[in-house]
Ligand binder design. Sequence first.
Ligand code: SF4
Ligand code: SF4
Length: 88
Amino acid sequence: MIRELRVDAARCTHCRQCLDVCSTNVIGWDEGRDRPYAQFPLDCQLCCICEDACPAGAITVIPNWGLKYYPDYLSKGGMERVKRAHNG
Ligand code: SF4
Ligand code: SF4
């Protein structure tokens, strides 16, 4: 489960690779803003494959810390990813 799928609009090249790799169909396409968004945030597995697939480093998975403890996410450097996202 995620609180936010953060997309850096300045970096996103609109390639849609993040949509293609998400096996749970969490990521949809916001036609108005021309960028990805979390259409089914409750289904996110925190696998971070979307982050790894983004050639522009434009997408960051922000977990919902209040609901669950995510050892897998943390073991993959999740906390560092979140810190980078918050610090720009
Ligand atoms: S972390 Fe995994 S499940 Fe969640 S949006 Fe990214 S690819 Fe999909
Ligand atoms: S993979 Fe990255 S650059 Fe491509 S649409 Fe997704 S966020 Fe934008």
